[in-house]
Write a protein that binds this ligand. Sequence first.
Ligand code: ADP
Ligand code: MG
Length: 319
Amino acid sequence: MGEFDLIERFFKRPPQRADVGIGDDCAVWSPRAGYQLAFSADMLVEGRHFLSTVAPHHLGHKALAVNLSDLAACGAVPQAFLLSLSLPHADVHWLSGFTEGLFQLADAHACELIGGDTTQGPLNIAITVMGEVPQGQSILRSGALAGDDLYVSGHLGDARLALEAFRGTVSLPQAVLDAARLRMECPTPRVSLGQSLRGIAHAMADVSDGLLGDLGHILKASQVGAEIDTHIAATLMQTADQWSCPLNLAMTCVMSGGDDYELIFTAPVASSEQVHAAAHACGTRVTRIGRITPTRTLSLLDAKGQAVTTAFRSFDHFA
Ligand code: ADP
Ligand code: MG
């Protein structure tokens, strides 16, 4: 199968919303008056971001999910995406599974594939996503204020737990491994929650490289510090009640795990009811895990409000 047959067969679909979509040299899009466009790009490289054992439909889902998560983190509404794909060979089984997972998630968010590039090479999936947000309403990392509450959506740490199991550093009951693996391979981008927090959250980011690292970006951009209640954070793993995870492992997974694709955000104490109403309306849980402080340090506190001394490091690709 040639490059153009492959594109025609697997990626070209009737255009929905683009003025010009797949097949021309450029896709053409008309932004709506009163809205700003939000762009983000994320690449998945075999061996670095996923294992060769992952099912193709999960990979298709995840490649778009990690991009939608970035739009969610800014409060943007997904619109369209470009897919640049490097493939070792035109494997029909792989392409069918990959596009099934990809388009299922794309259609769930009315996010249209409008172009891309296809080449032979090592498996590498790069997506550029575009969303829209009402003028001036995007939620940035720089807006956190001292006194804000600090929240995270959903669950944290399970993807890292699965990775540790695959690395052989921990042995998990099968049901726990299955649940954790699903969190790693098939994350849920918090798209509607992100939009619902416009006008409520002061600052937001998605948790892709680990809670401490991504919170660190908010703190730096906002020039503030934070306290995290570790006894609350330690309960955030979805699999926490399925087995007795050693506390140290739970803390490592939650604090610096990565691959969670949840939202971390700050909001004024007075907006607590609005935060919970927004979360309830989206069917996504949120947990208040701490607060923003004027002193520019990140403190981990125990249930008594005393400093925890153990150091946790965020996952850093270049460490
Ligand atoms: P060009 O060489 O002019 O850049 P290509 O031959 O690479 O164009 O691609 C032909 C058309 O197919 C373009 O409209 C491009 O956007 C689209 N396309 C190529 N690969 C993909 C893909 N993986 N997914 C969606 N559209 C694609
Ligand atoms: Mg090209």
